[in-house]
Ligand binder design. Structure first.
Ligand code: GCW
Length: 674
């Protein structure tokens, strides 16, 4: 009988260990170094009684935040570098990796979580409870509970190298800049600081008018410029190491410089000038699209590439991984590598808005790895998205990466125990954008689930057994999970065909009159009796033209376009012959079916893993997998029956028949819109 400690998942990947004694030598003193020493003493798994020296020494090979590790100690240029070294050392001890002469520098200087948290405590696209930062009642009271949550949050972030938090939603309330909210932001910043985390805020571009009483928010107006300068000065008097602003402007109804006939550069630069004296930055989002019949996938590039080179050096353009919106699969955004004279940072979505919320088990590391490793060809072969954004190719003043957090007040932080792996993976990839998802999953499973109690250790073979029966199959499940979601939701380049309400479940039919077309699935799938898919080739919207050769030609030709992006770029007849030899229609059917089968396999994998997981987490995940399975079937039935109305072809007979009726699924979905 194994001994398994009950776990509610609150400890994340930082579960308490039976530490061995260690003698830590450290000449310098600071709050950060005290944490470093304490972590070592509470987590040491190396040689009992070993001596470890922490030393702060200038070393050119070590970048800010980086460190060197050896058997004898940790060396870094800064205190926070030491702390990161401590976490890496402990991680290596716990995951049985060697600790010989490691030099580690982060890929990105700024590794930031974006919280889409509203000031009333709700979280936009959050599936793990209310905000950990803001709340409706007693909004300005800072309790001991608040502080201990923020501390645990800071520690978890620091342990994976995250060093920035944007505390509020990009759909920003102007109230965030009022004295009361700034005071609360300061209280948060004070808790995060020793863990090396800077605080940033999202701002509403119309703040001068809405809360400042000015007649305009025109970025070229001198009173507006003065208002922002004064506001920035006030913020720095409260939070001296404040990081800067994140801005969503002229997007989805948010105000911006274009309201006054100015450009994104005019708007961003005005804020950048106000922040410059304090070394603050502006993260200006490229997620823009107007309500038009034109191809939404082209708009960010069309608006931003012509103004490349016009931004101040403390502006970073924050670009979502794909050109539309965090879909299960998109090609990389063509802005990566195309903006050569402006700093560009990737934005990933950790919260699973389009990937099954906190109900589906989807390990997003694979999606991000695919994006980071995509070759843009902008500066020859090997100009990957990773290298175009981390300073390897373009001389950026700042390098940065952002992830939209999946964190809330739920006991296990993320709603799904396996969604914690996405928070973990974001941090690890932000630190090292060359890491493989396989390694990240391996680490995370060991840290989160391995039970090294003395009872278990007595069984000599336990680790080997655990490795074979738990680690390997569960890792495989995680690594397969993203492609499974693509298969049962939006295979072969389908995108944006989810239910409009909540973005959970299928909704390929949804297109009420008077709704802007680029918010409706039929705009994206274009299904008709002739075929299906969005024609973005040279004869269509020519979105392919935004990619550097050889990609433009490769994407333009259905025989060279990767299957996974086929319907993203092409409108093809239902009987189009695929590389597999099957018709397009059959291929669609088999992909949906495969997705369902994959989730069924995940259920089996998890059920078999039961002996190695505490009951609480076992049951929680088991229940979620059941919901995921039935939702996958719903996706398959909905999409196959809906598209069959156009293809008029049979669903291959070796595939299980649908168990839901199309009219009922549509009626159920539409009920939510009344
Ligand atoms: O993905 C979409 C979401 C919106 C979000 C927007 C954005 C914060 O549906 O909820 O708003 O993107 O990224 O700005």
């Amino acid at each position: 009988m194994l001994f398994l400690k009950a776990s509610d998942g609150h400890e994340l990947w930082l579960r308490k260990k039976n530490a061995l004694p260690v003698n830590v030598v450290c000449a310098a003193k600071s709050a950060t170094l005290s944490i470093a020493i304490q972590e070592l003493q509470q987590g040491w798994q190396g040689k009992s009684g070993a001596t470890l020296v922490l030393s702060i020494k200038k070393d050119k090979a070590v970048k800010a935040d980086g460190f060197r590790l050896s058997q004898d100690g940790i060396q870094a240029n800064t205190d926070i570098g030491i702390l990161y070294g401590v976490y890496e050392l402990l991680r290596r001890q716990q995951t049985t990796q060697p600790v010989e002469n490691v030099l580690s520098n982060p890929s990105y200087e700024l590794r930031i979580l974006n919280h889409w948290d509203n000031l009333n405590g709700s979280v936009e696209r959050g599936y793990a409870g209310q905000s950990i930062f803001w709340r409706k009642d007693n909004a300005f009271l800072v309790t001991a509970n608040d502080k201990s949550r923020w501390l645990e949050y800071a520690r978890a972030n620091a342990s994976v190298g995250i060093n920035g938090s944007v505390l509020n939603n990009v759909n920003a309330s102007p109230l965030i800049l009022s004295a009361d909210y700034l005071a609360r932001a300061k209280a948060i910043a004070d808790v995060l600081r020793p863990y090396g985390i800077k605080t940033y805020l999202s701002v509403n571009f119309s703040s001068p008018k809405i809360t400042g009483g000015l007649p305009t928010s025109d970025p070229l107006d001198t009173a507006v410029i003065r208002w922002w300068k004064t506001k920035v000065k006030e913020i720095y008097s409260i939070i001296p190491d404040f990081g800067g602003f994140l801005v969503k402007a002229n997007s989805e109804g948010q105000p911006g410089p274009q309201d006054f006939g100015r450009t994104h550069a005019d708007g961003a630069n005005m804020l950048a000038d106000a922040l410059k004296p304090y070394r603050g930055i502006v993260m200006w989002r490229a997620f823009v699209y107007a309500a038009s019949d034109k191809d939404r996938a082209k708009q960010a590039y069309t608006e931003f590439v012509p103004i490349d080179g016009q931004f101040r050096d403390n502006v970073i353009i924050q670009v979502k991984n794909g050109p539309v919106d965090f879909q299960p699969r998109e090609p990389f955004s063509p802005l990566f590598g195309a903006m050569k004279k402006t700093s560009v940072m990737p934005e990933f979505q950790v919260t699973q808005e389009y990937l099954g919320h906190s109900i589906h088990l989807v390990f997003l590391s694979s999606l991000w790895e695919e994006c980071l490793q995509s070759d843009t060809y902008q500066e020859g072969t090997g100009s990957t998205v990773a290298r175009c954004t981390d300073g390897s190719i373009y001389p950026q003043k700042y390098t940065a990466i952002a992830g939209v957090a999946n964190i809330g007040l739920d006991t296990n932080w993320c709603g799904h125990d396996f969604a914690q792996a996405n928070w973990y993976a974001f941090g690890r990839l932000a630190w090292n954008n060359q890491l493989k998802s396989e390694k990240i999953a391996d680490e995370w499973i060991r840290l989160t689930f391995f039970e090294s109690s003395s009872q278990n250790n007595k069984q000599a073979s336990y680790a080997a057994e655990w490795n074979e029966n738990f680690l390997q199959p569960v890792k495989q499940m995680m690594l397969d999970s993203r492609e499974a979601a693509v298969n049962y939701m939006m295979p072969l380049g389908f995108h944006h065909i989810m239910s409009a309400e909540g973005h959970y479940g299928p909704g390929p039919w949804w297109a009420p009159p008077r709704v802007r077309p680029d918010w409706t699935p039929p705009y994206y799938h274009q299904a008709d009796s002739a075929g299906v898919g969005f024609n973005r080739t040279r004869t269509g919207s020519n979105a392919v033209g935004q990619y550097h050769e050889p990609l433009a030609s490769q994407y333009n030709d259905p025989t060279t376009c990767p299957d996974g992006l086929l319907l993203w770029f092409h409108h093809l007849p239902w009987d189009y012959k695929m590389k597999s030899g099957r018709s397009l229609w059959d291929e669609i059917c088999y992909h949906y079916d495969k997705g369902v089968q994959q989730v069924r396999q995940f259920q089996k994998t998890w059920d078999k893993a039961q002996p190695y997981v505490d009951e609480e987490r076992f049951i929680a995940v088991q229940r979620k997998l059941r919901s995921q399975s039935s939702n996958a079937v719903l996706w398959k039935d909905a999409c196959l029956l809906y598209f069959q109305q156009f293809s008029r072809l049979p669903i291959p007979y070796d595939i299980e028949r649908p168990v839901n009726n199309l009219d009922e699924m549509i009626a159920n979905d539409m009920k939510r819109f009344r």
